[in-house]
Design a protein around this ligand. Sequence first.
Ligand code: ZN
Length: 479
Amino acid sequence: MTQTVASGSEQNIQVAIRRALEGTPKIELTAVFPCEGPFEVQLPVWRPGRYEKGNFGRYVYSMRGKQSDGTWVDLKKSTLHKWQVPEGVQTISWIFFADLFNAGSTGVAEDILYINPVNCFLYHPDHQDWGYSIDLIDVPENWSVATGLKHSDGQWHARDVQNIMDSPILAAEALTHLSYESQGIPFHIWIYGKDQPDPDSFMKDHIAFTESQIAHFGSFPAEHYHFMYVLPERDVRHGVEHEDTTVIALGPSAKSQTKAGYDELIGIASHELYHAWNVKRIRPAEWTPYDFSQACPSRLGYVAEGVTTYMGDLFLFESGVIDLQGWCLLTERLLDRHVNNPGRLNCSVAESSYDTWLDGYEPGVPGRKGSIYVEGAVLALLCDVRIMQLTGGEASLQTAMRMLWEQFGADRIGLTESDYWSVLNEVAGAVDALEDLRFNYAEGVEDSWDDLVAAMEWQGLELTKTIEDGRWHVAIINA
Ligand SMILES: [Zn+2]
């Protein structure tokens, strides 16, 4: 397809966003591309952090292009998530549904503008290096804006498609802002919500797990980091990781003032920060870089989510945010889900990783598959103990994760299954040190219960399970 790049223009897409609050909440987006049609524009079909089709096209009410005579014309689709931009058209305007308040969505109201560009921004498939400049045209000057994007001349700027699609924007009049520094990196906590957690303990706990994680990785991968908390009055519990931000949604907001709700927030926060290394940088080859136009299955979901689930909890303990009993409670809950899902004995966690694109975020048909979060975390625990056993406690799974960060993550070299396992084996001191764990529990469907009992015993913990009314209950006792 031929196309003309407008002479003298910057290679930048100018986007303006306005809230439309009458009736169903929506946003109106207008984008001026640095070229005239004919070309095609693409809307992402999925978002990193949720490895299934998001089909965001279902939220688009209309898509129009401005012709050279100033009139607007409806754009036709060439695929479900692509539109044809006719000759002479450079400006596109679209209306997008904006009444969702989970951690990966887009929602607006009188007092908030919350955008995840990955579900509502268009891009030019052949020019993913183009930057974005964003105007939040109806956001009053007295509102706070939380985002990892750079700000200058009244606009927010992204360097390219990978950057904009990974940069949520949260703007509100009443946005609590806390900040701290760890190893020279500025960290920001932004909170939107009627009821909010106690700021002093919230900040203290953030500082503790942040310092502990950075100490164990040796360095932090971004120039700054923003925890963005969206606490709406709706039921929600969700977190999504980004390069230098995370969005964590919990609602109704009053939950954040209960012990259980507070613990949930801190647990999600530690998990999401760990993702700044693991998955945002130590990333499966299939997602390096992200291809937003199609499903990108990977068998390494158990590293992305399983290792992160295990490490997120472990760092709460490591940093003193929770005590051993607190860690045992979290692990009991995890193992309850493990033992009560027969699907883990049907589909390996590597296969379940690949298949998240089919049914990874729903129960699925009975007994078919495992959860990459749960089975991945169980496997991570077994690997961690194995490495500690073989090295006399000198190394652990975290030693391997640090090596993966240094060898793959820092340079953004996509990770393969064999890369992952060879680094773990190397850290454990033998080429086949963890091969049985890989073949039985990553690629196989063996029951890991006996190995789990032995791993806990090695750590001085007694693991038992009892059955009641057909459901297993796991207990971990500090022996
Ligand atoms: Zn995660």
